[in-house]
Write a protein that binds this ligand. Structure first.
Ligand code: AR6
Length: 173
């Protein structure tokens, strides 16, 4: 079974087989985690993203999907880019957020990754409330069998994110 760990910190400082990026459908960078990954990981990641746009992902990566590239200078073998949904009051997009975790784990599995570091997808620029984002993240990882992934590490940027993930983990076991 996959072990879930919580750590506070900057995801670009983590050592893992795969680091998940909270990207956007252009795959060409942005702010938040995405900006930090490209800054620290260097231009190799963007070059591979551009190549993906020129081949399989001409119209971009759809919300809820995931795709891998090199991790450049990060202390990881792969970056898995996924596109979270923008939070909406009018529409329940929870299934798309769950899909990000599921699809990222599926890609990690295909890559043979044993350790995967995730940020709290959609809970920054995309505005998803942290308590609900944490519940969906923990539940989806719990429900997704992903051998050989033995460790999923949520890397939480601040105290509030950490404590919401702690509560979700305590509630869901
Ligand atoms: N390490 C760990 N967590 C971080 C880091 C970091 N270095 N930086 C921010 N966070 P966000 P989203 C937290 O905005 O909401 C980009 O422009 C942050 O506090 O990175 O999915 C993309 O290109 C928050 O809790 O991702 C997209 O356009 C969480 O990570 C858009 O933002 C996610 O925040 C995606 O928005």
């Amino acid at each position: 079974m996959t072990e879930i760990k919580l750590v506070r910190g900057d995801i670009t400082r983590q050592q893992a087989d795969a680091i998940v990026n909270a990207a956007n459908s252009s795959l060409l960078g942005g702010g938040g985690v995405d900006g930090a990954i490209h800054r620290r990981g260097g231009p190799e990641i963007l070059a591979e993203c551009r190549a993906l746009r020129a081949s399989r992902y001409g119209t971009g990566l759809r919300t809820g999907q995931a795709v891998a590239t090199t991790a450049g200078r990060l202390d990881a073998d792969h970056v898995i880019h996924t596109v979270g949904p923008v939070w909406s009051r009018q529409e329940d997009r929870s299934e798309l957020l769950a899909s990000c975790y599921r699809e990222s784990l599926r890609v990690a599995q295909e890559l043979g990754a044993r350790t995967v570091a995730f940020p709290a997808i959609s809970t920054g620029i995309y505005g998803w409330p942290m308590d609900d984002g944490a519940r969906i993240a923990i539940r989806t990882v719990r429900e997704t069998a992903a051998a050989p992934v033995g460790e999923v590490r949520f890397v939480l940027f601040d105290e509030q994110a950490y404590s919401e993930f702690e509560s979700a983990l305590a509630a869901q076991g």
